[in-house]
Each structure stands twice: as C-alpha cells, then as structure tokens.
Ligand binder design. Structure first.
Ligand code: IVH
Length: 678
C-alpha cells in the first residue's frame, strides 16, 4: 500500500517535517524564530494535507502530531496533568463556517452559543493554585511538559499570588497568556538600546524572552501582563456549565480577564465579532493575531472532544498575516526634506497585512547592519495597521550564495552632492541643501502645507512637476509663476491654474509664526515657531539673534538654537526670504514688551524634581514668557529653586547657598500672580 505513494511526495513530506522541527526548535526553545508564523502555518498545512491524502506518511514524530518542541534544560521540567493543547486555525470565513457546521452536525443542534475571545499574541502559561495559593507556574513547552517558571510568574503583577473571593477550590489550574503591552515593549526596547543590550523584534518575543529569564529579578523589571482564558486541572469545586461563566468565576477569584471576551450566537455572531475586533485592533495596547471561538457549553465541549493536537470545540480565526517573507531585489535611497537619506527596500511584491507591498523601509544603515540584510536575501516584511511597511530581518537559512552588501551612497542619488554621516548619528544626509532637487521638493511641499502657508491646490504632484520642469528653483519662485506656465502643466487647465494663482495670492497674508514654521528650519516645529514669533515679535530680530539669545526662548535648547542660527547665516536662505517678502508676503509684527518691563525680569530660576501640575517644559515656557531666566544649575546668582517631587541634589545646593526655595504651590502662586499683572 505504501508503495502507491509517489517518491516525490514522500520526499516533500520528509523535508517539511525536517524544517518544521527546526523552526519549532527555534521558536519554542530558543525564542528566536527565523520565519514568520504565516510561513510556518503554511508548511504545517501542506504537511497536514499530504498526510491526509496519504495516511501512511504519518510518523509518530510528525510535527502535526505534536504541539511544540522539548523544553530547554535550565529550568526544571514540569509535566502538565492535562496536556496544554493547541488550536486549529481558520483564515477565511468559509473555514469558520465549516467548523461551525461540523460542530452542529456532531451535536445535532441548529445553532451554537460561542464564547468569543481575542487571540492574544504572547505565550501560554499554566498556573496551579493549591487552596488558593499560587504554587506553580509553567510554560506550555511541547504541550505535555513545560518549564517551571514559578519564581518568574510570581513577579508579574497581574497574576495573583493568592486567590480572593469565596468557594476556593482545593486545586485550580488557570491557563492564560503572558503578554507585553505595546507601550511596555517600546519602553523596554528604548531602555535596552540605551544600555546597549539586545532589542526585541516584537512584543511576543520580548514577553517570551522576559519570562524565560533564569534570573527572576530581571523578569520583575519587565512589563509583563497576564490574561486568563481557561482552566486545566480542578479539584474540590463544582464549576459552572459554560466557558464564559467559568471565566467570570476566575475573574471573581482575582484573575485578569480580557475585557473583550464575550458571548456570541452562531457563526454570524462569530464573524461579526471578528470584524469588530479587526476594527479595534490598532487601538489596543497589545498585539492580537486573531480571535478564538469556543463552544460555550461545557457539556457540548465534552461531546465534541479532541482530534490529535486541538479541541473540536474551538478554533482560532486568524487575521491576515502582518508578516510575510519575500525577496529583497534592491535598495533605493530616498532623500527627505532635511536631506536625510532613508534606505527603501525594493521587494518582490508580497501580500501582507491585507495589501500588496513592494517597498518597505529599512530605516537606516545601523538597522541594516543590525538585521544583517543584504540584497538577494529572503527578508521578513511587516505591515501592521497603518504603519509604513518595514523589513524586520533577513532569513539566514534562506541566504543564497550570492548576496550583495548594502552601502551608503557616497553622493546624493538626486543631486550628486556629498553624503555626510556625522559621528554618532544614525542618519546620513545629503549636503546639497536646497540645491538638491529632492530637498527642494520636500521644502516646497512643507512650505505649502496646511499648517504652514496653507496654499490650497499646491499638492505633492504639482510641486514635483514644477521642480522637474525647472519652473521653480527656490521657495520664492512659486509666487512668480505665470498663468500660462501653470496652465501648461499636466492635468491643469486655465481655470485650475487661475485657482492656484489665487490661492498663492491669498496665502501671502499670513502670520509671523506660520512664516517661520514654513521656512522648514531643521528642528523648528510649530510650537518652536510660535515661541520665536512671540519672543522676538518680528522677523529681523529672529534672523539677527545670537545663539545665546535663542536659548532664552521657550523650548529652544542648544541644538535647536544652533540650527536656527545657522539657517539664517546661510546667504541662500537670506536671499530666498528677501524674495518672498518682495513677492508680497506680509504679516503683522507682534508687540513685545522689552524684557526689562516683564514682571520676572532679571530673576533666575532653577527647576528640580517632578511637578504634578505641569511639565518641566511648560514651567520653563511660562517663566521665560514672564521675563525670567531658567538655568540648569544652582549658583549664587540663582534667585529661586523650584522643588517638585523627588528633587535632585539641586535642592541641597540651594539650602547650602541660602537660595530661596519654592514649593510647587508657591511657584504656581508666583506664576499666577505675575500672569495676572501682565
Ligand atoms: S485557548 C484548547 N484562548 O493560542 C485551547 N488560546 O494556538 C487552548 N492563545 O497556546 C488555547 N489567546 O498561547 C486560547 N483566548 C485564547 C488565546 C489562546 C491566545 C494562544 C495560546 C495557545 C495558542 C493556541
């Protein structure tokens, strides 16, 4: 009988088994997956299909028979009294319909009540409570046995060490997911980067890596969380009749239940829940990769039972994969407004996160090196929510013999100017400034944008054309365009051209802060532009200001001050500004009181500790607006030290020097009182 299986099929099955074993090991044991889950699922499904067609292919050690891989040896091994199973996956609606139909047929009912839950993207954990006390925490491992991580789980705040409430069972095994929130993940990686430690690829890896620390003190510092989704072994209590009620019971005992969990009716209810979660997904602070439907009635669950690795009463309905594999065909360098060069991967088109992606960002050269990405590599592309698609990593095991290293170009691909990368900076820049067409285009787009000069109708496409056709060389040229020049452009006619000229005319009446913002000075956003306008009151004084004078402006530090100072020293920028003003741009100057007339003129303040009612920057801005100076260190020249919560040594220094100390309340009174006078 086995002879009837073609050799090619036999070899394919063996190869798949081999690869799945390898990737299982990387994923479960080393926490270092090399391929996206979607690729793993695909291989597993292919093997499942082969085994279904040719049952003789099935081997005792086939990955389709197992739930994971064996645990690493450092932690004690724990056998699960009841195996921790996996879930069957469904990707399309039809697969969910099939699942529901099969379950209905087996149960002989018309409609099934389900418990619907988010499928949390973390790692499964088993918690054993004896007489209400947490005595053991274990990872799922291969499903039959996992690793004992009791000390580690005890450090997770959302896991109760002791159950609360009444009717506590003699033994209760709670199962659920340990996750890391997105915000916690971002913070952790930031910290890891600062300390030159390994950064994690995603919250799931971070959660797994954190939970499986041999030193639980490290785990304790990681932002891990837990949500329960089921039970294992139970003794000494009669449980409710539905899964949903059991979960409510767990909640009453103090376990954390995900607020999205709910009851739905029939397959329609399931699919509606799925769409709802899909819409809410981006707004959640944790990753989910789908939803899970579980037959709600425990009696029905028992009737349905299990098949090899998964229950017949539950299914995971996965969202379209957010990570996929594809080939890196090449790298283009894109030049931004400030000249920043961004490497953009050109990819063999791949369907990921619901759209076809053929370009993805590689961020910068450091990231390329860290991820060891080369042209010709198979890479993992991620597209999550509305975020720009990015290359996450290369897949080492798929590297062909000929790959090309990625180098920073020596000259700007757009204008040929030298590319510079300053010591210690991740980004490289084109040094061409506004000579560079790419930078010029971006500068004009910014200038015309709604929050800058608000030139209606001057969109990206039009700017590109104007620069490409050499009609516009600098920002000011847009105000000197002639009707016939504009009308001759693509997708333009006399009427639309006239509209643009009208819009240009209209934009000339503006405000000083908009104008400063529109100039596109590096580091100068809207808030800084506003501060500059209000501090100096007119453009000449901003242009003439020394770096020291600039630092006195609210939210301007030394780096921003240097950038502003340099911008106005550049002859090209000076002449463009002159030309803009000649074109008729005008605003009303702002009347500023000479500093000496301001209520806190001549007073120097130092801020230390955390203030509860306003941030350090806000406090500084308020003081500067009242004419005070704000200094970073206490000296004999300091007039007041404002002391918040957990003040540093500056408070001691103030005491030593006999400088007046203000509490937050006293400080607010000073600000309030002065503000009233001004
Ligand atoms: S129930 C027998 N519910 O998905 C049912 N699992 O593919 C066992 N997971 O190992 C699991 N969210 O790590 C269940 N609401 C949820 C889940 C969930 C995430 C994970 C869990 C499990 C894997 C199964």
């Amino acid at each position: 009988m086995s002879k009837s299986i073609p050799q090619a099929v036999r070899e394919r099955a063996a190869a798949l088994r081999e690869q799945l074993h390898h990737h299982n090991y990387l994923y479960y044991v080393l926490d270092a997956p090399e391929i996206p889950d979607s690729e793993y699922d695909r291989m597993l499904r292919e093997l499942q299909a082969l085994e279904a067609d040719h049952p003789d292919l099935m081997t005792a050690d086939s990955p389709t028979q197992r739930v994971g891989a064996s645990p690493v040896k450092e932690f004690a091994e724990v056998r699960h009294q009841i195996p921790m199973l996996s879930l069957a996956n469904a990707f399309a609606d039809e697969e969910v319909e099939d699942f529901d139909r099969r379950a209905r047929e087996r149960l002989g009912v018309d409609q099934i009540q389900y418990c619907a839950e988010p499928k949390l993207d973390g790692l499964a954990i088993s918690l054993v409570y004896e007489n209400g006390v947490l005595v053991r925490g274990a990872t799922r491992g291969d499903g039959s046995s996992g690793e004992e991580v009791t000390q580690n789980v005890r450090t997770i705040g959302t896991i109760p060490l002791k159950l609360s409430g009444t009717n506590i069972p003699k033994i209760l095994e709670v199962r659920g997911e340990v996750i890391m929130s997105r915000s916690g993940f971002v913070q952790l990686n930031e910290q890891q980067r600062q300390q030159d430690e390994k950064v994690f690829a995603n919250p799931r890896n971070a959660a797994a890596g954190s939970l499986r620390q041999l030193d639980s003190r490290i785990t304790a510092r990681r932002p891990l969380e837990f949500y329960c989704y089921g039970i294992g072994q139970v003794e000494g209590v009669v449980l409710p009749q539905t899964h949903f009620e059991i979960l409510q019971g767990l909640k009453d005992w103090g376990l954390r239940l995900n607020p999205e969990v709910g009851e739905v009716t029939g397959v329609d209810g399931c699919l509606e829940y799925y769409r709802g979660m899909q819409n809410r997904r981006d707004g959640l602070d944790y990753d989910i990769d789908g939803v899970v439907y579980k037959v709600n009635s425990i009696a029905q669950q028992e009737t349905l039972g299990f098949v090899s690795r998964a229950p017949r009463w539950a299914v995971a309905h996965k969202f379209p994969a957010q990570e996929e594999m594809t080939e890196l065909l090449g790298v283009d360098w894109q030049v931004g407004r400030t000249g920043k060069l961004t490497p953009v991967a050109r990819l063999k088109p791949v369907f990921v996160g619901g759209v076809t992606v053929s370009n993805a960002t590689l961020h910068n050269l450091d990231e390329i090196e860290r991820k060891d990405v080369r042209v010709g590599d198979t890479v993992i592309v991620r597209r999550a929510g509305d975020v720009i698609p990015e290359v996450v990593s290369s897949v080492n095991s798929k590297r062909p013999s000929h790959t090309k290293h990625i180098h920073l170009p020596k000259v700007c691909p757009v204008c040929g100017s030298e590319v510079v990368r300053l010591e210690g900076e991740a980004d490289a820049r084109c040094s061409g400034g506004l000579y560079c067409e790419a930078q010029r285009k971006e500068a004009i787009k910014h200038f015309a944008s709604r929050r800058a000069m608000d030139i209606e109708g001057l969109g990206d496409k039009l700017v590109e054309q104007l620069v490409d056709q050499k009609l516009v060389h600098d920002l000011a040229d847009i105000y000197y365009l002639k009707l016939e020049q504009v009308a001759a452009l693509d997708r333009m006619a006399e009427k639309s051209a006239q509209n643009l000229l009208d819009a240009l005319d209209k934009s000339k009446q503006t405000t000083l802060e908009r104008f400063i913002f529109a100039l596109g000075i590096r580091q100068v956003g809207e808030a800084t532009a506003r501060s500059l306008a209000h501090y100096f009151g007119n453009l000449n004084d901003v242009m003439a200001a020394s770096e020291e004078a600039l630092i006195d402006v609210a939210d301007v530090g030394p780096i921003v001050a240097e950038s502003i100072f340099r911008f106005f020293r550049e002859p090209h920028n000076q002449s463009v500004i002159k030309k803009l003003i000649q074109a008729g741009i005008l605003w009303e100057d702002i009347e500023v009181k000479p500093i000496t007339e301001l209520p806190l003129a001549g007073k120097t303040f130092v801020l230390t500790g955390t203030l509860s009612s306003l941030s350090r920057d806000e406090a500084k801005a308020k003081l500067l607006a009242l004419g005070a100076k704000v200094s970073g260190s206490v000296s004999a020249k300091t007039d007041y030290v404002v002391v918040g919560v957990e003040p540093g040594s500056k408070a001691d220094k103030a005491a030593q020097l006999g400088v007046s100390v203000l509490s937050e309340d006293e400080f607010l009174t000073v600000l309030g009182g002065q503000a009233d006078q001004s």
